[in-house]
Design a protein around this ligand. Sequence first.
Ligand SMILES: C[S@@+](CC[C@H](N)C(=O)[O-])C[C@H]1O[C@@H](n2cnc3c(N)ncnc32)[C@H](O)[C@@H]1O
Length: 375
Amino acid sequence: MVGGVEEHLTVGRVAELAGVSVRTLHHYDEIGLVRPSARTPAGYRAYAADDVERLREVLAYKRLGFGLREIADLVDDPATDAVVRLHRLRGLLLEQRDRAAATVTAIDRELEARAMGIRTTPEEQLKMFGAQLYESIGSAYPATRRTEPRIAARVWDALGDARTVLNVGAGTGSYEPADREVVAVEPSAVMRAQRPVGAAPCVAAAAERLPFEDGAFDAAMAFSTVHHWQDPIAGLREMRRVARRVVVFTHDASDAGWRHRFWLTRDYLPEVSGLVAGRPSVDQLARAIGARLEPVLIPWDCADGFFEAYWRRPEAYLEDHVRRAVSVWTRVGPEAERRAVDALRDDLASGRWAGRNGDLVDLDAAELGLRLLVA
Ligand SMILES: C[S@@+](CC[C@H](N)C(=O)[O-])C[C@H]1O[C@@H](n2cnc3c(N)ncnc32)[C@H](O)[C@@H]1O
């Protein structure tokens, strides 16, 4: 090649490198999805570095199962730069990998059952591969439960110089620091099965009886899990026993004002107060292990879809897949859920929600009772 197209790749070379046909590349050009910015002197299409970057993104979304029209919207999104787009792509690919891992586990279970002469029922088979599996691991786009980097930074800071870390109630492994030696504890087989390939080793146990020696770890962490434990105080004492430092992320549900802090519980879902009745207060939890309490503000665009995460994005709560990733909605029961969602939908449509919550629009982060306990 000569002159201005020296830095370019011919269509044939691009097709060869990317493993797609020249015809596909011509089609992408014709529909305006990936337009090579130049021609060689012989008239062939020639791709510049930026064209290749765009093509790579298009092919990755294609592999994830998106249609060409959706892909065009994603790669043309003017609100995101290349790094943000790469992070988004990475998140989606990890989700897909996790889903494949969960499906492999489901197949292994069925193979084991068949080896023992047990046939799975049609219902069980659908559970393994159908909607329920999909729901139990969250929808692929956008992923609802994942590490929120700004909150993760607070947790990892609080871990200090700990080299070995026990993650209790670890779930699928969010917030596990990649630069330390982590061991996870998770009682639920369903959750363990969804841990991504390459995640920290995971022991089947509960917080209240940790199967480790005294002082076995530099630090023990627990993220969004203490409220699920049968005996939170006993669990925290166990963490204290096996580690010299303890870091817990939880919420302050004891405060009489807690229910009123967040518009969702205050105006739509008062039933949550019944869920926390009789549970130890966050102060009692802190006292049990001599911890200090630090407030954690929730960024308006929080990446982890926990209950309070969408405080400035109320429409999100109308989405079934958003609610299904949060246990509160299941625990209040379908009737309360339906009533709350219908009322919120109406208020969003009528402008009533905006009228009541106009002050939130200017906030970048909100204090909704989330706390870090550090001991
Ligand atoms: C909301 S998930 C949080 C998972 C993970 N820490 C995260 O942030 O994604 C709560 C987890 O606590 C686990 N859990 C429930 N009871 C527990 C107990 N007694 N001891 C330890 N973990 C428990 C559940 O199985 C579930 O995986």
